[in-house]
Design a protein around this ligand. Structure first.
Ligand code: FPP
Length: 254
């Protein structure tokens, strides 16, 4: 449905995104919900609520464009350090989002996946995630990859433990460990590395996000706060990405 609508309307007339050179995987650090609320003298929870709206629009646009994977940093391992109420709001918003959006996401062929330690999330959220993943697992469109209770360092340590276990049990020889083997033990196994990382609200940090996977990713920093992020902002970010000269550590020989 979404994809069809996009093709019928073509792309907005001011848009110059090259549809044949799209990033396969876009990762987003959705930063600035709190500041957005503060600027309006609203509680932080309202900022997060507005953040969900921005997320809905971005998912739709990525799906319409034909992006393969969209990974969003929805809750980091460090976010447990926020006040209990705020953590509760974020978990409620996640559960609400899945309950309200699942049918539309499914109708639009979206696959829901997660990265992070899901088992430590509240049971309600775990149940909704399980149901959403099960319902959408045979879809073939956009993979909406929710990073929840995710931390890049702990992901790497977990992978090291698994690989070491395979070596100790004799399933794997030390000489057989390479990048491909290692990647199979990361939460993102089977997904391409992000081509484009977008971070909003002007911050220039990775904040423990996808530390392994971002090795050659192009980074676009947006000054706007996440709740103000619109379809136009996404298209501008993709255009900026398409102007980059990606050499992956090599040089051009032509
Ligand atoms: C950062 O803003 C944002 C987060 C910690 C959470 C992002 C969550 C959402 C957009 C909504 C919930 C997600 C889903 C999947 C329904 P901040 O609070 O750190 O902002 P600040 O730096 O301005 O305080």
């Amino acid at each position: 449905m979404w994809l069809k609508a996009w093709k019928q309307n073509k792309v907005d007339s001011d848009d110059q995104v090259a549809l044949d050179r799209l990033p396969r995987h876009i990762a987003i650090i959705m930063d600035g919900n709190g500041r957005w609320a503060q600027k309006r003298a609203l509680p932080r929870s309202m900022g997060h609520r507005a953040g969900v709206e921005a997320l809905r629009k971005v998912v739709k646009t990525c799906s319409e464009l034909g992006i393969e994977v969209l990974t969003v940093y929805a809750f980091s391992t460090e976010n447990w350090n926020r006040p209990k109420d705020e953590v509760g709001v974020l978990m409620t918003l996640l559960t609400e989002y899945l309950r309200k959006e699942l049918n539309e996401l499914h109708q639009n062929n979206v696959v829901i996946r997660t990265i992070g330690r899901i088992k430590d999330l509240p049971l309600d959220a775990q149940r909704e995630l399980e149901n959403s993943k099960k319902k959408t697992r045979d879809n073939t469109g956009l993979v909406l990859n929710l990073a929840l209770n995710y931390g890049g360092r702990s992901e790497i340590i977990e992978a090291v433990k698994q690989v070491s276990g395979d070596v100790l049990s004799g399933k794997l020889g030390i000489e057989d460990i390479d990048e491909d083997v290692f990647c199979q033990h990361l939460f993102t196994h089977g997904m391409p590395d992000p081509d484009l990382l977008i971070r909003t609200s002007g911050e220039m940090r990775l904040s423990n996000f996808l530390l392994w996977q971002l090795a050659y990713t192009e980074i676009v920093i947006i000054q706007e706060l996440w709740p103000d992020f619109e379809k136009k902002t996404l298209l501008e970010s993709i255009k900026a990405y398409q102007k980059r000269d990606r050499r992956f550590g090599g040089i051009h020989t032509d």
